[in-house]
Ligand binder design. Structure first.
Ligand SMILES: *[C@@H]1O[C@H](CO)[C@@H](O)[C@H](O)[C@H]1NC(C)=O
Ligand SMILES: *[C@@H]1O[C@H](CO)[C@@H](O)[C@H](O)[C@H]1NC(C)=O
Ligand SMILES: *[C@@H]1O[C@H](CO)[C@@H](O)[C@H](O)[C@H]1NC(C)=O
Ligand SMILES: *[C@@H]1O[C@H](CO)[C@@H](O)[C@H](O)[C@H]1NC(C)=O
Ligand SMILES: *[C@@H]1O[C@H](CO)[C@@H](O)[C@H](O)[C@H]1NC(C)=O
Ligand SMILES: *[C@@H]1O[C@H](CO)[C@@H](O)[C@H](O)[C@H]1NC(C)=O
Ligand SMILES: *[C@@H]1O[C@H](CO)[C@@H](O)[C@H](O)[C@H]1NC(C)=O
Ligand SMILES: *[C@@H]1O[C@H](CO)[C@@H](O)[C@H](O)[C@H]1NC(C)=O
Ligand SMILES: *[C@@H]1O[C@H](CO)[C@@H](O)[C@H](O)[C@H]1NC(C)=O
Ligand SMILES: *[C@@H]1O[C@H](CO)[C@@H](O)[C@H](O)[C@H]1NC(C)=O
Ligand SMILES: *[C@@H]1O[C@H](CO)[C@@H](O)[C@H](O)[C@H]1NC(C)=O
Ligand SMILES: *[C@@H]1O[C@H](CO)[C@@H](O)[C@H](O)[C@H]1NC(C)=O
Length: 662
């Protein structure tokens, strides 16, 4: 008999005792704790048939549950902690947690738990840490009873009801409270007075209304972003001892002057006031918050004069003054923010001043977003000398003339977006030098000439949109080489920088992700402030966001995948057979061109989700190989000259739900 067997004896005895007495004695020993955990395991095993989480490895034979994955025990050998985050749990929350009478730590985050928070969980009065974030829990939020909580994370669920009903009941020990990304309503002004220990409060992305809670300056982090709050933020909200490090009031209906009192928050590093109705001048006092790293003031009604004091912010990395309807020339002061890496001035109705302001000489700018303005004239060659530039967004302006070949010198560039302008002339072959380029967006211009074969050297390029131009000539076989090695760029993004998001991600994403098409369309439908940041970050680092089926299985895994958009040009000739090597792509739009010749069977090797070849002059038979495109959801071969019977292999395409072969 092994030591383990001996140890399991008491448990067996206890088990018999339970059977005989028909009653459970809970809450007095590790054995009863183990019994509850075994119930939990049975419960979970039953609910999750496909993928099971770490609990599957719980050795039910072992006497000591403290050794099980995710379980932690106190010195006095009682179960005090359960971590089942990211464990593929689905179904409702287990209803016997309260039988673990010493439980202080419970993390069930990142699963697909649904239903309400059970009454039983509210009996866990010793809980100090509760994390139920990233599930699909719903019901009216009622947390009565959880009075020991120190950390409570309920973010990204579907809770509703009035936030206020839970306060001050759960206040006493609360330090961190995150309810971001739910559907709570009601006011906040009377909730937190008695929560004296509160430090981190995230109420963002709900439907809270009414006026501001005015004591927030005693917290370290406070966010009410993306709610429906209104009124002004008075000076008194910021007493001299303000301890805020991060403040986010964005996307509400606040009005009046921006709070100059915020200058009392000497430790502030992130200040976000964007998407409100703040008016008047930007308070010069903000220039004295010496540690400020990010200042988001976009989408308000600020006046044109930017205070010189802001130049004193030597740590400022991120400056967002987009959507303020400034009009006229770009203010000269922007040419003096030598410290900033992210300068967002999109949607301001600017007309001139691109060169005179000096912003094209800023030495540290990584991301320059001047889209949605009224700039005109030729693209300034000077841009090509901005050696730090990684993301250049000039779309939705009226730039004309041709793309300067010098743009091919910006070898660090990861995104070049010149779409929706009046550009003409050819695509310069020098753009083929841009081997960090992930996105090339030249759609909706008047570009002519052939697609330069040199573009095939853009080994990182996964998202290419040349639609709605006047390009002609053949599809060069070299183009099939794009996107073969985007990992180099992704790796450098994973290592080299902490990505900072601001405004403009959603705008760019809507431009870059073809909304009308699966698998991209689902992303479009859920674009909110938060998930745009998340998606942006994932895309830049090459983490998959679209679920793709793999060629030989129906299981979908998130993968990074690209597209080539060439529709509505005057391209002609045959599709080169090398196209079959473009295995990193999932959408190909060749519609509204003059392509001819046969449907290359090699195309069957691409894991395409969308293939649109409408309105061309393709002919011949549709190859059997089309049945290999297991992921295909949308196929449009209409308005061509295809002949012969339609291949029966098409029946194998289980996903296909939209097709046009007329
Ligand atoms: C919860 O505990 C009760 C009483 O011990 C038991 O009858 C019930 O089966 C348990 N529920 C689950 C889901 O294990
Ligand atoms: C397990 O699941 C089945 C089917 O969903 C259900 O009929 C059964 O009652 C469940 N058993 C327990 C112990 O929950
Ligand atoms: C809750 O869990 C999520 C996901 O596992 C994690 O990102 C988050 O930091 C946790 N919250 C707290 C307050 O620890
Ligand atoms: C919350 O639930 C408790 C019972 O667990 C109930 O007594 C209380 O009235 C509820 N509170 C609200 C605001 O619904
Ligand atoms: C709250 O949760 C959301 C979503 O999980 C997260 O993005 C955010 O950073 C959290 N807030 C705080 C203050 O930790
Ligand atoms: C939020 O709740 C309202 C009803 O109060 C409902 O109409 C709406 O669909 C909910 N929104 C979400 C995102 O769940
Ligand atoms: C927000 O709550 C109000 C009621 O307070 C409701 O009328 C409105 O539909 C809700 N909005 C959303 C987007 O859920
Ligand atoms: C914001 O609140 C007002 C009432 O104060 C309501 O009319 C409006 O529908 C709310 N907006 C949203 C988006 O819920
Ligand atoms: C914000 O300002 C605009 C224009 O100045 C006005 O139409 C709108 O009603 C204002 N919104 C609020 C919530 O005050
Ligand atoms: C900040 O800038 C203003 C004007 O540019 C200047 O007068 C002031 O001395 C500066 N303050 C500090 C602390 O550097
Ligand atoms: C942009 O500025 C022009 C004048 O330069 C003006 O006519 C137009 O109304 C402005 N557009 C917006 C959206 O402010
Ligand atoms: C193919 O593209 C054309 C033009 O963009 C569009 O009208 C058509 O709906 C697309 N076909 C499918 C099946 O989505």
């Amino acid at each position: 008999m092994s030591a383990q067997d001996i140890h399991s004896c008491p448990f067996i005895l206890l088990f018999f005792f339970i059977l005989l007495s028909g009653k459970v004695v809970v809450g007095d020993s590790l054995d009863t704790d183990k019994k509850v955990l075994l119930d939990l395991k049975t419960y979970l095993d039953n609910k999750t048939l496909a993928d099971r989480g770490g609990y599957i490895s719980w050795n039910t034979e072992s006497f000591n549950p403290c050794e099980w994955k995710g379980i932690s025990c106190s010195a006095s050998r009682r179960v005090v902690g359960i971590d089942l985050s990211q464990s593929d749990l689905n179904g409702e929350i287990f209803k016997n947690f309260s039988q673990l009478t010493e439980l202080t730590y419970l993390d069930l985050s990142q699963n697909t738990l649904f239903g309400e928070i059970p009454e039983d969980l509210r009996l866990c009065q010793k809980l100090v840490h509760l994390n139920l974030s990233h599930n699909i829990l719903d019901g009216k939020l009622n947390l009565t009873g959880l009075t020991s909580l120190h950390t409570l994370d309920l973010s990204n669920n579907r809770f509703y009801g009035e936030l206020g009903l839970n306060f001050p009941a759960i206040c006493d020990n609360l330090v961190t409270f995150n309810i971001s990304g739910n559907n709570l309503t009601g006011g906040i002004d009377n909730c937190f007075h008695q929560c004296v220990k509160l430090q981190y409060l995230d109420l963002s992305t709900n439907n809270l209304s009414g006026s501001m809670w005015m004591e927030f300056a005693r917290l370290r982090e406070f966010s009410v972003a993306e709610n429906n709050l209104s009124g002004t933020i008075p000076l008194e909200a910021f007493p001299g001892n303000c301890s805020l490090e991060q403040l986010d009031l964005s996307q509400n209906g606040f009005v009046g002057e921006a709070p100059k009192g915020v200058a009392n928050c000497k430790n502030l590093s992130i200040l976000c006031l964007s998407n409100n109705n703040f008016t008047g001048v930007i308070p010069f006092e903000i220039g004295s918050i010496s540690g400020l790293k990010a200042l988001y003031l976009g989408n308000n009604g600020f006046s044109r004069e930017i205070p010189e004091t802001l130049l004193n912010l030597t740590n400022l990395v991120f400056l967002d003054l987009s959507r303020n309807h400034f009009g006229g020339d770009i203010q000269d002061i922007f040419g003096k923010f030598k410290q900033v890496s992210f300068l967002l001035l999109h949607s301001n109705n600017y007309t001139g001043g691109l060169i005179s302001s000096g912003i094209l000489k800023l030495p540290n700018v990584w991301r320059l977003d001047l889209s949605y303005n009224n700039f005109s004239g030729p693209l300034p060659v000077e841009i090509s000398q901005m050696s730090s530039l990684k993301f250049l967004m000039l779309s939705y302006n009226q730039f004309n003339g041709s793309i300067p070949p010098e743009f091919g010198n910006m070898v660090g560039l990861q995104a070049l977006d010149l779409s929706f302008n009046n550009l003409s002339g050819p695509i310069p072959p020098s753009l083929g030098n841009l081997n960090s380029l992930l996105w090339l967006m030249l759609a909706d211009n008047y570009l002519t000439g052939e697609i330069p074969p040199d573009l095939g050297n853009c080994s990182s390029m996964l998202w290419l949109n040349l639609a709605n131009n006047k390009l002609s000539g053949n599809l060069p076989p070299e183009l099939s080489k794009i996107g073969k090695n985007a990992m180099a760029t992704f790796e450098s993004n994973r290592q080299n920088y902490r990505m900072v998001a601001g405004s403009g991600e959603c705008l760019a994403m809507k431009r870059w992700i073809p909304a009308d098409y699966p698998p991209f369309s689902f992303v479009y439908s859920i674009l909110t402030r938060k998930n745009c940041r998340g998606l942006w970050d994932k895309l830049l680092k090459g983490y998959g966001i679209f679920p793709f089926c793999t060629p030989d299985s129906s299981i979908r895994i998130p993968q990074i995948s690209g597209y080539v958009q060439l529709s509505s040009n005057q391209l002609s000739g045959e599709i080169p057979s090398s196209i079959g090597t473009m295995v990193n792509f999932s959408m190909l739009h060749l519609g509204f061109n003059n392509f001819s010749g046969k449907f290359p069977p090699e195309m069957g090797s691409i894991p395409l989700v969308v293939l649109n070849m409408t309105r061309n002059k393709f002919s011949g038979e549709i190859p059997l190989a089309i049945g290999n495109m297991k992921c295909l959801m949308s196929l449009d071969l209409s308005y061509n000259n295809f002949s012969g019977a339609f291949p029966t292999s098409l029946n194998k395409l289980a996903e296909l739900n939209k097709f046009n072969i007329s």
